[in-house]
Ligand binder design. Structure first.
Ligand code: HEC
Length: 186
């Protein structure tokens, strides 16, 4: 079921999470105290106020895996109360906040992207977007997305619904789709 969140992201929702409006205030209230440039506390190396730094932790091997809350360690520690590194340490986020973070990750964990605006831009520039192709992962699930580029062990796919770029590990695609990625990169 690993692929489902990305498929859902592809479908896109109108009420997309907006990082600045919906997510940053949750981090500010509950996490900055121990994880921010502002306070100078960078527990476990994570800061949530400096977006350039936070961005480095958002990738398929990072603490936030775009499109996949289940694989995102950050989501595990806020949602699993019994986790030994449960965050925040002596408190729990509200159910509502946890859901907002889950939705934000599912939708691609963008930091600056205002999705409705992006949709308008995507609509206006549709002809510039890469053609939509069908990709099949190793579980046989299909995804429709444009090829952007190869980046290390990932193929960067562009989701047609919201135009977000989502890295997807090549080794999770079936052989034909891996070939399609490599061919597209030529
Ligand atoms: C009172 C201080 C404090 C607050 C508040 C806090 N953290 Fe932490 N955080 C820590 C400490 C200390 C560690 C490293 C030790 C550990 O793993 O428990 C850590 C580690 C982490 C890790 C790595 C977990 C691991 O397995 O090593 C993540 C991810 C994280 N915090 C996210 C958050 C998020 C998201 C919030 C807000 C919802 C938050 N933290 C709030 C102190 C805090």
């Amino acid at each position: 079921m690993k692929f489902l969140p990305i498929l859902l992201a592809t479908l896109g929702t109108v009420s997309a999470a907006d990082f600045k409006k919906d997510i940053q205030p949750i981090f500010e209230k509950n996490c900055y105290e121990c994880h921010s440039q502002k306070t100078g506390k960078k527990k476990a190396g994570y800061v949530f106020d400096d977006l350039e730094t936070l961005k480095l932790d958002i990738n398929p091997k990072g603490v936030v895996v775009p499109g996949d809350p289940g694989e995102s360690h950050l989501f595990t520690v806020i949602s699993d109360e019994s986790h030994k590194a449960h965050m925040p340490p002596d408190d729990n986020l509200s159910k509502d906040d946890i859901e907002k973070i889950r939705d934000w990750i599912t939708e691609g964990a963008g930091l600056t992207k205002d999705v409705p605006k992006l949709k308008a831009i995507a609509g206006a520039r549709k002809k510039d977007l890469p053609p939509i192709m069908t990709w099949i992962n190793f579980e046989g699930k299909k995804i429709k997305a444009g090829f952007v580029r190869l980046e290390g062990e990932n193929v960067i796919l562009r989701m047609p619904a919201n135009s977000q770029e989502v890295p997807y590990p090549l080794n999770k695609l079936d052989a034909a789709s891996q070939l399609q990625a490599r061919d597209s990169a030529q």
